[in-house]
Every structure is written in structure tokens, then in C-alpha cells.
Design a protein around this ligand. Structure first.
Ligand code: ATP
Ligand code: MG
Length: 279
């Protein structure tokens, strides 16, 4: 799809499968020459279209959509979810935030806690962090040996393929934030009393390992960027641009899925007659 902004997120930000991913090739800010007011109006339209498509997906009760969001701290995963899904019926959308695993979760294989949150038919599931943490923080912080995390890419591809085979569409989005912009956003969390609660001491330790994280992300995206479960690398430094780009990717994916209201279970005319007879 082309639009008046001369940007096409579903193609422009799709990581190319088969090629090693380097973040150098992807912008963290791509808003130059783009009119903010215009794009915000389009975002609003997209949120309405997403709600409409979700309604049909729910009624159709046949397929489902899984959206994986991954990013460094303070990139804006939460606000993206809030904005892009502002209009949907909460009954058909589940958000799951994956935090540090509990002892019980750690006592199982890494997908154990993930599988139960995949979307049921007719639903959209949003993963705020995901099974990818097990090849990101697990690798950077040496939570498991390399011999273990390095085998997980293949396991993830198989897992995602199984979900797709079962009727789930998968899109995975990396919110590509620059290191400078992260500093500003972490500073905001410390200076704005309403944001203080979001700040974690661990954010500083994680930031200190920025380069290790970037390598881990590049490898994760390279190894798990399949045709059946693509990765998108979305410029994230500007909130309004990021929210618009992600709303385009979600809308276009749902349009491609093309959910339809199902055929009525019985003939509506004769059912109406029956109803009248009962009066
Ligand atoms: P924000 O972007 O607003 O900071 P967040 O997603 O970082 O939100 P937090 O509660 O701050 O939410 O952090 C969740 C933490 O859980 C992250 O540090 C993440 O690395 C960690 N985590 C998630 N999954 C795993 C996992 N499988 N193994 C170890 N740590 C994990
Ligand atoms: Mg955090």
C-alpha cells in the first residue's frame, strides 16, 4: 500500500529473511518530511479499522493473531499497546507481560509458560516481551550456558511454525530505540513524579550492557525471521511515528487475514417467523 506519507511500514520495516540483520541498516527515527498531524489522523483511522477487523475475527472464530513486542527498557511497548488497541473490544484481546520467570516456571522448559498464553481462535494476543527473552536476557546475563540458549532459536522457529499450522498468524515487532533516546526516556522516569514508579534499578544495569543486547537482538531476529513469523524493526524514537507504523502493520496484517462474519447457523427469515409466532 502506498500513502501520502511515502512510507510503507509493512515493507519498509520488514527484516529481510535469509539475510543477517544489522541494526545499522534500520532507522530509529524515520519521521523526516512526514506531517505529524496528517499521520495522527491516519493512526486514528487505523485504530478504528483494527477494531472493526478484530470484531470480524472474533465472530469468525476460526483463526487468531499473535503480536510479539520486544524492546529495550522505556522504548514504549506499553503506550504502543494502549494507543494501537484503544478501540478494540477487550473481550477479544489479551495482553500478556512476561516478567522474570518464577521458580516454578524456571523448573520447566522455557516455552512452558508461553504456550498457555497464545491466542485462542478469534482472539488477538499481545506479548509484552516473550519467549525471545530466553535468547536475550538469558544470553546477556548468562542465565543459561551458551550450549543451551543457542539451541533455542530452532526450538522457537518450530514452536511458531506449529502455531501458524494451527491457524495463528504471527507478527513480531522490535521497537528500535536509539541509545540517546533511551537515556532521555530513563531521565524522564526519574524527573517526572508520575513516571517514577516505572523506573527500576535494573534499567541502568541493562543499559550498561547495551551493545551485548544489540548483538543478542540482531542474532535473535536473524535466526528467527521466518516467512511464517516475520520480524519488523520499527523506528521508535518518536512516539507518534512508532504508534502509526505499528498500527499500519497490524491493520495490514488483519486485512490480509480478511476475517468474515460467518454464515448464519440457521435461516434468519424462518427464525424471525418463529420469533413472531411466539409473541
Ligand atoms: P518497561 O519497558 O516499561 O521498562 P518492562 O517490559 O521492562 O517494561 P519490567 O517489569 O520493567 O517490564 O521488566 C520485566 C523484566 O523481566 C525485564 O527485565 C526482562 O528482561 C525480565 N524477563 C522477562 N522474561 C524473562 C526471562 N525469560 N528470563 C529472565 N528475565 C526475564
Ligand atoms: Mg523495565
Amino acid at each position: 500500500m502506498t500513502n501520502s506519507f511515502n512510507r510503507d511500514p509493512i515493507n519498509d520495516y520488514r527484516a529481510n529473511p535469509g539475510n543477517p540483520i544489522s541494526f545499522k541498516d534500520f532507522k530509529t527515527d524515520d519521521a523526516q518530511g512526514v506531517d505529524r498531524e496528517h499521520i495522527e489522523a491516519r493512526t486514528e483511522e487505523n485504530t478504528l479499522a483494527i477494531a472493526d477487523l478484530q470484531h470480524k475475527l472474533y465472530a469468525d472464530h476460526n483463526r487468531s493473531l499473535l503480536i510479539v513486542l520486544q524492546a529495550m527498557d522505556a522504548a514504549g511497548k506499553d503506550s504502543t499497546i494502549r494507543k494501537v488497541f484503544a478501540r478494540v473490544n477487550p473481550q477479544g484481546v489479551q495482553v500478556k507481560s512476561f516478567k522474570k520467570p518464577t521458580p516454578d516456571e524456571l523448573a520447566h522448559d522455557f516455552l512452558w509458560r508461553v504456550h498457555m498464553h497464545t491466542p485462542r481462535k478469534g482472539h488477538i494476543a499481545l506479548f509484552n516481551r516473550s519467549h525471545y527473552e530466553d535468547v536475550l536476557v538469558a544470553r546477556v546475563d548468562n542465565l543459561v550456558p551458551e550450549s543451551r540458549w543457542s539451541k533455542r532459536y530452532q526450538v522457537i522457529n518450530g514452536f511458531e511454525q506449529a502455531l501458524v499450522n494451527g491457524g495463528t498468524e504471527i507478527i513480531k515487532i522490535y521497537l528500535h530505540l536509539s541509545k540517546d533516546r533511551q537515556r532521555e526516556k530513563l531521565q524522564d522516569r526519574l524527573t517526572d513524579p508520575e513516571k517514577n514508579w516505572k523506573f527500576e534499578a535494573g534499567d541502568i544495569q541493562t543499559r550498561a550492557k547495551w551493545n551485548d543486547y544489540m548483538h543478542a537482538y540482531e542474532d535473535a531476529i536473524t535466526n528467527c525471521n521466518t516467512e511464517h513469523a516475520p520480524w519488523y524493526i520499527v523506528p521508535t524514537d518518536r512516539k507518534w511515528y512508532r504508534v502509526w507504523a505499528i498500527s499500519e502493520i497490524v491493520r495490514t496484517t488483519l486485512e490480509r487475514m480478511d476475517p468474515q462474519f460467518p454464515e448464519p447457523k440457521l435461516d434468519p427469515i424462518s427464525a424471525l417467523k418463529l420469533l413472531e409466532q411466539l409473541q
